[in-house]
Design a protein around this ligand. Structure first.
Ligand SMILES: [Zn+2]
Length: 486
């Protein structure tokens, strides 16, 4: 014999490599195996059937995908295997981290069952997603079941935020409350307002320091009638330094301006359509109105209002007059004038105002609108006309705005910043953090990333009735998702 073989037994655990025969398949595939393959084929066919685009659009996307330099690389990776390490090119990195989502079905690159949109078609898709000018969430929803590119979420958000049509229709957001500062002296700053009750009009003055209300019935709604009433109030309490009111015509008249000069006080108006600036007076009007509406005797009600301690522990009478008043309810124990502890008062007022501000902001979910710069284009929402910012006004959150119909002073909540023409959403995606839907990549070996699913011609799926879900061989029905119709 030419050979003299020696047969030695080596136990299985000692063997380094398995021999070929022990790895050869044995037996026929089981029914479960066949069913699994069939199900996979039906799912693949289903994905193709329900791609959210017409056959013409799919053909266009297919052609554009294969002409996109970025996507050509991805096709290569899907067909030949992904590199083991993240590519240097930042444009490819966002695909590498999402490699387990990327598949080629029917020659179209998909992200799960969403079509990967080539760069030059992204603007068209963004416009389609925002066709009805819905909000960010409602634009993202159809995208999440239809189309994908890296950074799509951020680009949708960017697009909606900068949409001029949406900006014009966006509801006015509440501005954070600007707490009024606490004046150090009584009757130095007062708020003034008019209100109607039981068919009569009243003038109301409220001291910012003591919250002391003064009310006068007006027989006429003229500046002259108001001036007479103011003079009578000033005769009791003195002339304040600042009187704040809204822009009522009686307060804006030349006659009233002359009165302010003669009596030497400053008259400040809250700007039109923004009575919140005159908040202290507005709140006092509500309090006094409620008081008078319920009261059987308005004078007793007014006395109680002035003599009842405020949240800072002191009554308006103590703060303004330095003494307590005797009311019908209780006898005065401290008849001697008491000087309030000023420091304690300031601390309490500060805390009270801060709480009020926080509560207001929380209740209204307010957001501080970003400051506008001279030259910024805006849309004046209540006047429904475009304009541009000239400058800031000295009142907080107030701006001088130039419009075609003239120059106006307007408050920030009514000014909607509109995008300049060069601020349209970027078409080219920037290398960015991976899409939130992606997970960590699996092993990067070519076997592990079998990313080409083909439609097997030998498997004939059950014919699909339009509008009816497809049923797999194992009886599961495949319900197509609601998607964008491209
Ligand atoms: Zn819009």
């Amino acid at each position: 014999m030419r050979f003299n073989p020696e047969v030695v037994h080596v136990s299985g655990k000692q063997q380094v490599t398995a021999d070929a025969l022990s790895r050869a398949p044995v037996g026929e595939p089981s029914d479960a195996d066949i069913a699994l393959v069939d199900d996979a084929a039906v799912m693949t066919q289903n994905t193709v059937d329900f791609l959210p685009a017409s056959p013409q659009k799919l053909q266009e996307i297919r052609a554009q995908q294969q002409a996109d330099p970025e996507l050509i690389e991805i096709f290569n990776f899907c067909q030949r295997g992904w590199p083991a390490f993240m590519p240097q090119n930042p444009l490819l990195q966002k695909y590498w981290v999402n490699q387990r989502h990327l598949t080629i079905v029917d020659e179209i690159l998909l992200f799960d069952d969403r079509i990967v949109i080539p760069t030059n078609m992204r603007m068209e898709m963004l416009n389609k997603l925002h066709e009805s000018h819905l909000g960010i969430t409602k634009c993202r929803a159809p995208a999440q079941t239809s189309v994908w590119w890296s950074n799509i979420s951020a680009q949708i958000e960017n697009m909606v935020r900068k949409c001029t049509v949406c900006a014009k229709l966006r509801p006015t957001t509440k501005e954070p409350l600007l707490p009024s500062s606490f004046p150090e002296h009584p009757w130095s700053r007062v708020a003034m307002d008019l209100f109607d009750l039981h068919g009569k009009t009243y003038l109301l003055l409220v001291d910012y320091h003591s919250r002391w209300p003064e009310i006068r019935l007006l027989d006429h709604l003229t500046s002259a009638a108001i001036i007479v009433r103011l003079k009578s109030i000033f005769a009791t309490h003195g002339i304040p330094e600042v009187v704040m009111s809204d822009n009522g015509p009686q307060f804006a008249s030349a006659e009233f301006q002359k009165f302010t000069r003669e009596f030497g006080f400053m008259h400040t108006t809250s700007s039109p359509r923004y009575p919140q600036a005159n908040g202290e007076a507005e709140r006092a009007v509500q309090t006094v109105k409620n008081l008078l509406r319920k009261a059987t005797d308005p004078y007793v009600a007014l006395l109680m209002c002035r003599a009842t301690p405020l949240q800072n522990g002191l009554a308006p009478t103590e703060l303004l007059m330095g003494r307590r008043l005797k009311t019908k309810l209780h006898f005065v124990q401290k008849a001697q004038p008491q000087k309030p502890d000023f420091l304690l008062l300031i601390q309490k007022e500060f805390r009270y105002r801060e709480n009020q501000r926080q509560n207001y902001n929380r209740r209204h979910g307010v957001q501080e609108a970003p400051e506008l710069q001279p030259g910024d284009p805006v849309f004046v929402k209540d006047l429904r006309r475009p304009g541009s910012v000239i400058n800031k006004y000295h009142n907080p959150r107030s701006y001088i705005v130039h419009t075609e119909q003239g120059t106006i002073r307007h408050n920030r909540p009514h000014l909607m910043a509109t995008p300049t023409p060069d601020q349209s959403p970027p078409v080219r995606s920037v290398p960015n953090a991976p899409d939130s839907s992606s997970a960590a990549p699996r092993s990067a070996s070519p076997e592990a990333t079998a990313t080409i699913a083909t439609v097997r011609p030998d498997i004939q799926p059950t014919p699909r009735v339009p509008g009816q879900p497809r049923v797999t061989r194992s009886g599961r029905s495949v319900i197509p998702p609601k998607r964008l119709d491209l």
